[in-house]
Design a protein around this ligand. Structure first.
Ligand SMILES: [Cu+2]
Length: 606
C-alpha cells in the first residue's frame, strides 16, 4: 500500500481486532510408552494416548482453553504455561499449593486465559517431579506485529531436553534419600532434539528461518550452535531483543530463544546442529554418556550427514554468547531505585533424616495446608500480613506497583536457573563464578554500573558461588512462586513465594467453582491460613513444617561416614553371628566401627 487509505486502514484494524479466536484443546492425561532415544522403552506421560505431547500454537490475543482430564491412575497433575503472566487469572498459573489444588486422578480442570504475549513458551506439569516424565511441550505465540515479522520466510521449533531411562518416581526416591546425602542429582542418559535424535531438518537455500529454541529438560543447560552458520537472536523468554549476532547460545532448563537464521545459497553440503550438555552440572559423568549430539540442517538429503566432533576438552571451554548483553527491542530503561529489596542467599544442606535439601536462608520450601492463593481469598483484612502464609512457604508480601529488587547470593558450587512466575524481570547484575571456598555475595558498594536497558527474561542463571540482582514492578496481583528450574532442586525446596498486591488480588479476582471442586476431591481445605486455621489467621499451630536440623557438627561427609559405619555395623553383626555359629573366636569388627565413629563430624571418610 503506497498511499494512505483511511478506509482500508480502519478495515484492517477492525479485521485484526476481531481476529482473536478461542483455541480449545481437550486433553486426557495418561501413561503411554515411548522410546525416544531408541535405547529403552519406558512409561511417559502422554496426552490422548500419544507422546510427544502436542505443540500448542496460538496467535497473540487469542484465548486458550485446555480441558484437562487426569486419567493417570496413580498420580496427581497440573499444568503451568511457562512464561504466561496470567495477569487477572492467577488461579490459572498451575502450581499446586500455590494457586490451585492438585488435580487428583479422575478429576477435570479447565485452564482458560487470554494470551496477550508473544514469542516462545512451553507448558509442563507443575506437580513436583512430573515433567521430566515427558509431560512438557512447546507453546508458541505467533505475532504478526513482531518487529521482525517481515524478515523471515519460514518458522521452526527446536525443543531440546535431557532424557532419563527411569521414571521420576524411582529417580526421586533415590535422590531425596539418606543414602544420597550430598544431593547428587540423577544424571540423564541422553540429550534429545524434538524428542528424538539424529534429526535432519530439511531447509531451503537462501531462506530466512525464525527458529524457536528451548530447553525443556530437568537438569543440565545445553549449548547449541550450527556448523559454519551464525544467527541473530531476536527474542528471549518472550521478550523481543535488538537483533544480536551470536554463534553459540547457552540455554538453561526453561529458557527460550528465537533466532533468525539465513541459509546459504548452496546445497552441496549439510551442516551439523550441535547440542552439548553443560557437563559441569553433573556430579559424575558416566563413561557411556554422550555429552554432545549432532542433528542436521539438511540442504541436500543425498549429501553426507557427518557427525560433528567438537574441538574442546570439556564444555567449560565453550564460549557462549552472554545473554546479559542483550538489549530489549522496546528499550525499556533500568527501573528506578527499589521501594522494596529482598536479599536472599541459598545453599544445600542436610536435615535430620540425612536427606539433602535446598534452602533460601534457612528455609526449605514446604507446601502449606491451604494453597496460598486460597489463603489470600479467605483472610479478609489480614491479607497483607505475611505471617498468615506460614513460615515454610517463605512468603514475601509485595505492595502493588512497587519496584522490587531481588538479590540472590549463591553459596552453592552449581549453576542454577531461577524462574519467576507472573513476570519478566530486568537482570541488572550478574557476577562471575567464584571458588567453593569463597562464595561472594552482591556488594551494593562495589559493582559494575547497571545496564541502561537491561535484558528482561523470566528465567536467569546464577553462576557458581556468585550473585545476581533482578528488578521488576509489582504490577501483577497474584501469588507467584520463584524457584530454581532444575527440577531436582525444586523437589529439594529451592523456592520462595511472592504474594504480590494481595489486597488488590482479593478484590479483583474470583476463583472458578471447578477449582474448589478439585480441592474437595483432593481433600485440600480452601480457606484459612497456611495451617488451615479459619478462626485465628495468626495462629499457625499445626502448619506443615520442614524437618528439624541435624545436630550441630553434622555434615554431609559425616552422614556418609554414618551410613558406611552402619553398613559396616551390619556387616560386623553378620560376621559376629557367622563366626559365633562357627564357634570361632571373635575378630574385631566392632573396633573398626568405633574408628569410623570418630569421623562423624567433619572428616572425609577414608
Ligand atoms: Cu538449582
Amino acid at each position: 500500500m503506497k498511499y494512505f487509505n483511511p478506509l482500508l486502514t480502519s478495515a484492517a484494524f477492525f479485521a485484526s481486532s476481531i481476529a482473536a479466536k478461542t483455541v480449545t484443546y481437550d486433553w486426557n492425561i495418561t501413561w503411554v510408552n515411548a522410546n525416544p532415544d531408541g535405547l529403552k522403552e519406558r512409561p511417559v506421560v502422554g496426552i490422548n494416548g500419544e507422546w510427544p505431547m502436542p505443540t500448542v500454537e496460538v496467535d497473540k490475543g487469542d484465548r486458550l482453553v485446555v480441558n484437562v482430564h487426569n486419567a493417570l491412575p496413580d498420580h496427581n497433575t497440573s499444568i503451568h504455561f511457562h512464561g504466561m503472566y496470567q495477569n487477572g487469572t492467577n488461579y490459572m498459573d498451575g502450581p499446586p499449593g500455590i494457586v490451585q489444588c492438585p488435580i487428583v486422578p479422575g478429576q477435570d480442570f479447565t485452564y482458560n486465559f487470554t494470551v496477550d504475549q508473544n514469542g516462545t513458551y512451553w507448558y509442563h506439569s507443575h506437580v513436583s517431579g512430573q515433567y521430566p516424565d515427558g509431560y512438557r511441550a512447546p507453546f508458541i505465540v505467533h505475532d504478526k506485529d513482531a518487529y521482525f515479522a517481515q524478515d523471515y520466510d519460514e518458522e521452526l521449533t527446536w525443543a531440546l531436553s535431557d532424557w532419563y531411562h527411569e521414571v521420576m518416581d524411582t529417580l526421586s526416591a533415590d535422590f531425596l534419600n539418606l543414602y544420597n546425602p550430598t544431593g547428587a542429582e540423577p544424571v540423564p542418559q541422553n540429550l534429545l532434539f524434538n524428542n528424538s535424535q539424529n534429526n535432519s531438518v530439511a531447509i531451503k537455500p537462501n531462506t530466512t528461518y525464525l527458529i524457536h529454541i528451548m530447553n525443556m529438560g530437568a537438569l543440565p543447560s545445553i549449548f547449541l550452535w550450527i556448523e559454519d552458520h551464525d544467527f541473530e537472536i531476536v527474542e528471549v523468554d518472550g521478550v523481543y531483543t535488538e537483533p544480536t549476532t551470536a554463534e553459540i547460545i547457552y540455554i538453561t532448563p526453561a529458557q527460550r530463544y528465537s533466532i533468525l537464521l539465513k541459509t546459504k545459497d548452496t546445497t552441496d553440503k549439510n551442516f551439523g546442529i550441535v547440542t552439548v550438555f553443560d557437563q559441569t552440572m553433573f556430579d559424575v559423568i558416566p563413561d557411556d554418556l554422550q555429552l554432545n549430539q549432532t542433528n542436521w540442517l539438511e540442504y541436500n538429503s543425498s549429501a553426507p550427514h557427518d557427525h560433528v566432533t567438537p574441538d574442546y576438552d570439556t564444555s567449560e571451554d565453550i564460549e557462549a554468547f552472554d545473554d546479559f548483553n542483550l538489549i530489549p527491542h522496546d528499550r525499556k530503561p533500568l527501573l528506578p531505585e527499589p521501594d522494596q529489596e529482598i536479599v536472599l542467599s541459598f545453599s544445600m544442606n542436610n536435615l535430620l533424616s540425612g536427606k539433602n535439601y535446598a534452602f533460601f536462608e534457612n528455609i526449605t520450601y514446604t507446601a502449606p495446608k491451604v494453597p496460598s492463593l486460597y489463603t489470600v481469598m479467605s483472610s479478609g483484612d489480614l491479607v497483607e500480613n505475611p505471617i498468615i502464609y506460614g513460615e515454610y512457604t517463605h512468603s514475601f508480601v509485595l505492595e502493588h506497583m512497587n519496584t522490587i529488587q531481588l538479590v540472590l547470593n549463591s553459596e552453592d558450587p552449581g549453576v542454577h536457573p531461577f524462574h519467576m512466575h507472573g513476570h519478566e524481570f530486568q537482570v541488572i547484575h550478574r557476577d562471575v563464578a567464584y571458588d567453593d571456598d569463597s562464595p561472594t555475595p552482591f556488594d551494593p558498594e562495589n559493582h559494575d554500573p547497571f545496564p541502561e536497558y537491561p535484558v528482561r527474561r523470566d528465567t536467569v542463571f546464577v553462576r557458581p558461588n556468585s550473585n545476581i540482582v533482578l528488578r521488576f514492578t509489582a504490577d501483577n496481583p497474584g501469588v507467584w512462586i520463584f524457584h530454581c528450574h532444575i527440577e531436582w532442586h525444586l523437589e529439594q525446596g529451592l523456592a520462595i513465594t511472592l504474594v504480590e498486591a494481595p489486597a488488590q488480588l482479593q478484590k479483583t479476582q474470583k476463583i472458578p467453582q471447578q477449582h474448589y471442586d478439585v480441592c474437595a476431591a483432593a481433600g485440600v481445605p480452601t480457606a484459612g491460613n497456611a495451617a488451615a486455621n479459619t478462626e485465628n489467621f495468626l495462629d499457625l499451630t499445626g502448619q506443615n513444617a520442614q524437618e528439624p536440623d541435624l545436630p550441630p557438627g553434622f555434615t554431609a561427609r559425616g552422614i556418609v561416614a554414618l551410613v558406611f559405619s552402619c553398613v559396616a555395623a551390619f556387616v560386623g553383626m553378620g560376621a559376629i553371628a557367622w563366626y559365633g555359629l562357627a564357634d570361632i573366636a571373635l575378630n574385631t569388627p566392632e573396633l573398626e566401627i568405633l574408628e569410623e565413629d570418630e569421623q562423624f563430624s567433619d572428616e572425609t571418610p577414608k
